[in-house]
Design a protein. Structure first.
Length: 278
């Protein structure tokens, strides 16, 4: 039996490592496909109260591949606000929590490349669980790209004996804009409240992080050199508007961050650098 304190340390170390790997790979991609040697800027933050942790935000902007990509990692603790406690598993009584996670949102320069989102987290209240997922938001339909994307996610789920169909359905239901009656993108996988078999779940979370890096590299390689026109960029900006709407109105991570006194700039790093509405 692994002590909870050890589980927290293992998770925290993994998320630190994963953040480093994602940033390193994305800087390599940016250098490979452009003459710009864009680097991530680093910003550290701490919660207002002492000994409640904080996080590190890495941001790369104005590249030839990445219009804006943020890679956030945080490990925080504290007490949820009273009006938020009944929305979080195990926090109903005293509201105490500990949470660690990595979140990535990549908005691409080329409108033909989909925006990519990845998140994995470990949350502890009176209970503890893993959650997260990967999804893509293209501005243009591409059946082959969609099949490849979902195939990669299905493979990592099958390898780890996870219910891919359940996770895919969860993603389709979660990333939906009811006021628009449309999906945000092409889905992916989304899971939460994975409380059984911590060792196997942690293994799955680690492999999912590496799968995200692999998917990102393949998508960019296939599409970065595709030509695009001004009208294509306009379509991308309208699609980004939908992204903004979802993240501000419905996203659980945004609500969790704001209700746990997280860093506002890091919470809102998912927003694109530019968007439009008709």
């Amino acid at each position: 039996m692994i002590k909870l304190s050890i589980k927290k340390k293992l998770v925290d170390n993994w998320f630190n490592y994963l953040q480093f790997q994602i940033c390193s790979q994305f800087e390599f991609i940016e250098k490979k496909y452009s003459r710009k040697n864009q680097k991530f800027s680093k910003r550290e933050w701490k919660k207002n109260k002492k000994n409640e942790g904080g996080g590190t935000s890495y941001l790369l902007k104005n590249g030839n591949v990445f219009d804006k990509v943020g890679v956030n990692k945080s490990t925080v603790s504290g007490v949820f606000k009273k009006n938020f406690r009944n929305k979080i598993l195990g926090a109903e009584k005293d509201g105490k929590y500990w949470a660690s996670g990595v979140s990535v949102v990549a908005h691409m320069k080329n409108p033909k490349i989909p925006a990519l989102h990845f998140n994995t987290r470990f949350i502890v209240t009176s209970k503890y669980w893993f959650g997260g997922g990967i999804d893509a938001t293209p501005s243009f339909k591409d059946k082959i790209e969609s099949l490849n994307f979902h195939k990669s996610l299905k493979e990592v789920c099958i390898k780890n004996k996870k219910n891919y169909n359940k996770y895919k359905k969860g993603c389709d239901e979660y990333f939906y804009l009811p006021h628009r009656k449309e999906a945000r993108g092409i889905g992916g996988i989304f899971f939460d409240y994975e409380t059984n078999d911590w060792i196997k779940n942690f293994q799955f979370v680690r492999e999912l992080g590496l799968t995200f890096i692999d998917i990102s590299k393949k998508v960019i390689k296939r599409k970065n050199n595709l030509k695009w026109k001004k009208k294509d960029k306009e379509k991308q900006l309208i699609k980004r508007g939908r992204y903004v709407e979802f993240n501000l109105l419905y996203d659980r991570g945004t609500k969790f961050g704001l209700n746990s006194d997280g860093n506002v700039d890091s919470i809102l790093m998912s927003l694109p650098p530019e968007a439009k509405w008709k």
